[in-house]
Design a protein around this ligand. Structure first.
Ligand SMILES: *Cc1c(COP(=O)(O)O)cnc(C)c1O
Length: 381
């Protein structure tokens, strides 16, 4: 019944966890879901207000422009300038997205011919892999291992693979490992891209979710980055707007034009009222972001301290809302957590082969629930 490209998709391991979770819920268990990478916090009220006002204006009820409203693209450029010191031309170097997933899912369609190689992190956000498969590209896993600070070793990419590579995905602050990259890493990425004529796609969805005074850089801050790549960003994680579907691709104008051509044929732009609300988020007061980070930081400290006192070896992430816990067998551990403690965590192997040996906890539940989860884990041993 289904096309070959659907059967080519890797087995969706998360579906197995979902089924187990549903079964557990039917048995009446009080489930603590630390599986989802979706903030439990609300979108800031001034952003919701801006949407309501804009939604009432009939001028906003029409097809939006494909690339995004000029005012939205200017707000994105202004935010990038204030946050990262980068100069972007709103007309050609900013493109509105329906969340960064939109850009990640469609960019291979514009640049990858059948058989071209796409370099993507393992473990990594599953869409790098599936979008490559849809474009009939060949995925080459870049292992992210603890010994290398969960950064890919670009020198280890075989010469024949580098020669056939078209795209390189990088993602810091990283989902699922919680690792961060120094700006010098992006210098290496630019050098690699120049040498091998590869387009860089940086996924910076978590740049604003950070702790202990750490500020994540943008790939575009590296010298020469604008010549070799783009960055996908989003309001989803920064402003608790996952449901709103609004993000941006920024960087090299030619690359954005290619992505834009694909998108012109599959969607009709982001609802203007949502773009106007996004302008309120990007251009308004930013204390809501700091407040959210304080909430996640407290949860992080409680979870990491608790896991350590249970005898686990675990790192406290400087950014993202994920804790990446080394375990023996990721699927077995996640299944046991659910079965014996009604806790949902994501098995690392679901993020690619090099995610085996870990489970991911998301800090998207209140601190009381995290304490309860730790008590249940203690009883489990
Ligand atoms: C959440 C997430 C995204 C996509 O979020 P959007 O809601 O589509 O903007 C992209 N990359 C990573 C690594 C994510 O975790």
């Amino acid at each position: 019944m289904y096309a070959d490209r659907l059967s080519a998709l890797p087995p969706y391991l998360f579906a197995r966890i979902d089924a187990m979770k549903a079964e557990k819920a039917r048995s009446g268990a009080d489930i603590i879901d630390l599986g989802v990478g979706d903030p439990d916090l609300a979108t800031p009220p001034h952003v919701v207000e801006a949407l309501c006002t804009a939604a009432r204006d009939p001028a906003n009820h029409h097809y939006p422009s494909y690339a995004g409203m000029a005012a939205y693209r200017e707000a994105v450029a202004g935010w990038y300038q204030r946050r990262f010191g980068t100069d972007l031309d709103p007309a050609t170097e900013v493109l509105a997205l329906m969340g960064s997933k939109d850009g990640i899912a469609h960019i291979p369609e514009a640049f990858v011919n059948p058989g071209d190689v796409v370099l993507a992190p393992s473990p990594g956000y599953p869409v790098y892999r599936t979008s490559t498969l849809f474009a009939e590209g060949t995925l080459f896993d870049l292992p992210l291992v603890e010994e290398n600070g969960f950064l890919p070793d670009l020198d280890a990419i075989p010469a024949d693979v580098a020669r056939r590579a078209r795209l390189l995905f990088v993602n810091y602050p990283n989902n699922p490992t919680g690792a961060v990259a120094p700006l010098s890493f992006y210098d290496e990425v630019v050098a690699f891209a120049r040498e091998h004529d590869v387009i860089v796609v940086s996924d910076n969805a978590y740049s604003e979710i950070s702790y202990d005074g750490y500020w994540a850089p943008s790939f575009l801050e590296a010298d020469g980055a604008m010549e070799v790549g783009v960055e996908m960003h989003s309001l989803s994680k920064t402003y608790n707007m996952t449901g709103w579907r609004i993000g941006m691709a920024v960087g090299n104008a030619e690359v954005l034009a290619g992505l834009g051509r694909v998108k012109t044929n599959v969607d009709s732009g982001v609802f203007d009222a949502v773009q106007l609300a996004a302008i309120a988020a990007l251009s308004g007061p930013q204390d809501c972001v700091a407040a959210a980070c304080r909430v996640y930081q407290e949860r992080r400290d409680v979870l990491v301290d608790g896991l350590r006192s249970l005898g686990y070896r675990v790192a406290a992430p400087k950014a993202t809302f994920y804790v990446w816990l080394p375990v023996e067998d990721s699927m077995a551990f996640a299944a046991r957590l659910l079965d014996e403690a009604a806790i949902v965590a994501t098995p690392g192997v679901g993020f690619g082969p090099h995610g085996e040996g870990y489970v991911r906890f998301a800090l998207t539940r209140p601190v009381e629930r995290i304490c309860e989860a730790l008590e249940r884990m203690e009883a489990m041993r």
